[in-house]
Design a protein around this ligand. Sequence first.
Ligand SMILES: Nc1ncnc2c1ncn2[C@@H]1O[C@H](COP(=O)(O)OP(=O)(O)O)[C@@H](O)[C@H]1O
Ligand SMILES: CC(C)(COP(=O)(O)O)[C@@H](O)C(=O)NCCC(=O)O
Ligand SMILES: [K+]
Length: 257
Amino acid sequence: MLLAIDCGNTNTVFSIWDGTKFLATWRTSTEWQRTADQYFVWLSTLMKMRGIEAEIDEMIISSTVPRVVFNLRVLADRYFNCRPVVVGKPDCRLPVAPRVDAGTQVGPDRLVNTVGAWDRHGGDIVVVDFGTATTFDVVDTDGAYVGGVISPGVNLSLEALHQAAAALPHVDVSKPEKVIGTNTVACMQSGIFWGYVGLVRGICDRIRAERDRPMRIIGTGGLAPLFAQGDMLFDDIEDDLTMHGLTVIHRYNKETA
Ligand SMILES: Nc1ncnc2c1ncn2[C@@H]1O[C@H](COP(=O)(O)OP(=O)(O)O)[C@@H](O)[C@H]1O
Ligand SMILES: CC(C)(COP(=O)(O)O)[C@@H](O)C(=O)NCCC(=O)O
Ligand SMILES: [K+]
């Protein structure tokens, strides 16, 4: 069985696969101090509760936080007796090499999104991923990652407002009834919601214009469905795109070993 791990700056998602069959997924906060033993206790408890008996013998990791990879490698070695494939490391091959400036370290999550989108839809795609940052990953006609856009994440922006302005409270993101807010919270929610709708729309339009061809827009991340209520932003919303990409990269590395 394969354990695929997508470690973002806020949350780490574990998912378990029997070949291409999805079995289960669980989410924990990202903390680089967490040890292999802690991961194992947490994961094995959840697997037992779900009645998943078979043993994990393969692992793939994508991590935007370099420090957490050490303990995840220990987890693989100590408990699953395997050597993980780590996206972004020289010994992890990608189906199509990225075309970016020499020396650039592309976020592994963005490479994985690109591979997942290419496998499902072919090329000429933009993946919009609502994580800690909101990223736009552009997939060329041949499936290569050819760059994109990094914007501040939705919750990060809300938190920054709260931190920097004494009179602005912590608020959760939601779709406001009206654009013109008549209280502080409604004003902030409008700024974030309609601001991000405009940001996504504007950046995607400019990417399409720069590439001068139709591009399919795929939204992913927990907040994609919320922003899709504001405008026709996405052709598809695929919550499992990063995990799918991880399984594709894992299979590719196995087959080309
Ligand atoms: N369905 C959701 N509703 C509200 N907030 C969400 C939802 N899904 C994720 N978030 C928030 O969005 C932010 C990014 O989450 P996540 O996608 O896990 O980021 P990352 O991949 O960078 O770790 C976090 O602050 C998280 O709490
Ligand atoms: C842009 C990111 C911070 C997004 O991370 P996330 O929101 O998924 O935690 C991450 O992909 C990253 O650290 N990228 C490195 C720079 C780059 O992709 O060009
Ligand atoms: K992500």
